[in-house]
Design a protein around this ligand. Structure first.
Ligand code: PLP
Length: 405
């Protein structure tokens, strides 16, 4: 089988680029998007065939006709799966709330970065690329390391010095040449941009190559299948570079083009921390591009992204969907993580917890209704992040009842 890709397209000017060539950005230095032959796909597949015919491919790879790889032989298998939707309710929500968590922490490498990097590495392998470099706040580096090692490709991971230690260590253990930089993620990205030609690296920064977004798109395909050819009223997405939000929006348009999607599209909510909220600021100021956020810092390291190259794509999707961009406090992120873990047993990552805080804020601003069906994205395993220490101790030789209070 060959794929259904017709061409690539500049996301800004719509200029077409021929397929089967190695690309980073378009001539205008904007992200390139992959386009497919929807007529041909829908004549070869019914929706039911689409979701069932390649069910032997692991997890999201089963959506093969809407993926850019040349055949199922290109799949790099680390045990991908369709991530579960888990209904939760906590006392912070309303009694009637219909909230589902899409738990991406169960993917290989413990985060949804696996989706994007699986596709980027699979395509790189098809192209014969030998060295891939990435700037990362943690999870993307770990995912690149894992898939590249499995594909026998060298990986170089540059991370800011305050990246969670576990992410730095996992990337290194999974085979990446892992290097700590005294700067933020955009500065790590600049180093890669400056050195890539000299070093022979292929740059896999967020949206600086066309295929990670194709992997992230599968979140939208999964939701459509899990909601029985329907979609929730709203999606809350912790937004850094925004690949997932843009990717899901792309998936919904593609399902529409294929004639398989007839339902209302969800309102897309980009959630950021008040201490790093460039997209929220641009949204509120009615701008199409975001300004660099100075002194970015947040405990939700995955969304500590001061400047996103796909800013206009994030903002376009939010506006088209009649969603919004919401900034939440660091304190509310921690409070939501703690309440959800304590009351429902689901340990979310801080980024995921931020979406719960965003949901509560959207309710209070009447941007959604309390009985709306809502999906929150838990993008990584909560186990990857620092947790409060336990200080209670007992002396086994000298027990008293108050030890246990
Ligand atoms: C990368 C990441 C995000 C942000 O995802 P984007 O699609 O780049 O906006 C959110 N949460 C976690 C845990 C991440 O690793």
């Amino acid at each position: 089988m060959s794929n259904y890709v017709t061409h690539l397209e500049c996301s800004y000017s719509q200029k077409k680029y021929v397929k089967n060539k190695v690309y980073n950005l378009s001539d205008l230095s904007k992200p390139l998007l992959v386009r497919y032959d929807f007529k041909k796909i829908s004549s070869d597949y019914s929706y039911s065939d689409f979701v069932n015919r390649h069910a032997d491919c692991p997890g999201f790879w089963k959506y093969l006709p809407l993926l850019p790889i040349n055949s199922s032989k290109s799949i790099i298998d680390l045990g991908e799966l369709i991530t579960p939707l888990i209904k939760i309710n906590v006392s912070k929500f309303s009694k009637n709330s219909e909230v589902f968590v899409k738990d991406e922490g169960r993917l290989p490498t413990g985060s949804f970065k696996a989706r994007g990097l699986a596709l980027a590495v699979a395509k790189a392998k098809e192209f014969g690329i030998q060295k891939m470099a990435i700037p990362t706040n943690g999870n993307a580096g770990a995912a690149l390391a894992a898939y590249a090692s499995k594909a026998n490709i060298e990986s170089i991971v540059l991370c800011p010095e305050d990246t969670p230690t576990i992410n730095i260590n996992e990337a290194a253990l999974q085979g990446a040449n892992t290097i700590i930089v005294n700067g933020l993620i955009n500065e790590c990205g600049k180093i890669i941009g400056d050195l890539k030609d000299k070093m022979g690296w292929f740059d896999v920064s967020t949206l600086k190559e066309p295929y990670r977004i194709e992997g992230k798109k599968t979140m939208g395909l999964e939701l459509f299948e899990q909601f029985n050819q329907n979609l929730p009223d709203a999606i809350f997405y912790p937004t850094g570079g925004g690949t997932g939000l843009i990717g899901m929006w792309k998936a919904f348009q593609e399902l529409k083009e294929l004639g398989w999607l007839n339902c209302k599209l969800p309102k897309m909510f980009a959630v950021q921390s008040e201490t790093c909220a460039p997209i929220v600021k641009a949204f509120e100021n009615n701008q199409r591009h975001a300004e660099l956020w100075e002194n970015a810092s947040t405990i939700a390291s995955g969304i500590r992204v001061p400047a996103a190259i796909g800013d206009f794509l994030i903002l376009d999707a939010i506006r088209e969907s009649e969603g919004s961009a919401i900034a939440v406090s660091e304190e509310s992120i921690i409070n939501c993580r703690d309440a959800i873990a304590n009351e429902t047993g689901l340990l979310m990552c801080p980024e995921g917890a931020a979406t719960a805080a965003g949901y509560i804020k959207a309710l209070s601003k009447n941007l959604i209704n309390e009985n709306d069906q809502v999906v929150l994205f838990n993008c990584a395993s909560g186990l990857k992040y620092p947790m409060p220490e336990i200080t209670k101790k007992i002396d086994k030789n000298n027990l008293s009842n108050k030890d246990f209070s």
